[in-house]
Write a new protein. Structure first.
Lengths: 114, 115
């Protein structure tokens, strides 16, 4: 069965500092990976996705993520955090052979200090 | 504007009183899905639909029903709500001829309280 683990429940960074949010997945074949962001009181918005090809993917709002098959990881990064990045971030894996099933991690809440 | 809409946005009800949360998308998407979000548990998939008249269980289907009679609509039905179904519910859709491999577009959420 597929699964997603986000080891960090809560992360606090200073504005302007770099950010890395961790995501580990378990999946039998090549995974389809996503990062979504949820601002307070809002729905989820896609930041970026990985299907195949270049393992470093660029997303919106200056985010990027790197797929590392050997580590079963898909960590999200941003070189310089802005106060507006404070939100909850979800890593997700989409099904391939289990077409239809979608699994999300428990989420990481990001707080940005002035 | 391309969007997923849900109604109602907020609902307080009592145990056992049947309710329906509607979901509609205007993007001609094949795939639709329902999730519930609870603190510390992320999003858990309740049901999904690959196409009209095709639905299947997600990870937490107990106590819920769905139907997909038209491509644009995917209502979530709670026949006899219980307090443990108090949650924030999201509907999502994707172009998804291959299921949720495509990115999903989420509705604004429905906050349900069952007393």
């Amino acid at each position: 069965a597929q699964s997603v683990t986000q080891p960090d429940i809560h992360i606090t960074v200073s504005e302007g500092a770099s950010l890395e949010l961790r995501c580990n997945y378990s999946y039998g074949a090549t995974p389809y990976l996503f990062w979504y962001v949820q601002s307070p009181g809002q729905g989820l918005q896609l930041l970026l996705k990985y299907f195949s090809g270049d393992t470093l993917v660029q997303g919106i709002k200056g985010f990027e993520a790197e797929f590392k098959r050997s580590q079963s990881s898909f960590n999200l990064r941003k070189p310089s955090v802005h106060w507006s990045d404070a939100a909850e971030y979800f890593c997700a894996v989409g099904a391939g052979t289990n077409a239809g099933k979608s699994t999300f991690g428990d989420g990481t809440t990001l707080t940005v200090k002035p | 504007e391309a969007q997923v809409t849900q109604n109602p946005r907020y609902l307080i009800t009592v145990t056992g009183k049947k309710l329906t949360v509607t979901c509609s998308q205007n993007m001609n998407h094949e795939y639709m899905s329902w999730y519930r979000q609870d603190p510390g548990l992320g999003l858990r998939q309740i049901y999904y639909s690959m196409n009209v008249e095709v639905t299947d269980k997600g990870d937490v289907p107990e106590g819920y029903k769905v139907s997909r009679k038209e491509k644009r609509n995917f209502p979530l039905i709670l026949e006899s709500p219980s307090p443990n179904q108090t949650s924030l519910y999201f509907c999502a859709s994707s172009l998804g001829l291959a299921g949720p491999v495509d990115e999903q577009y989420f509705g604004p959420g429905t906050r349900l309280t069952v007393t």
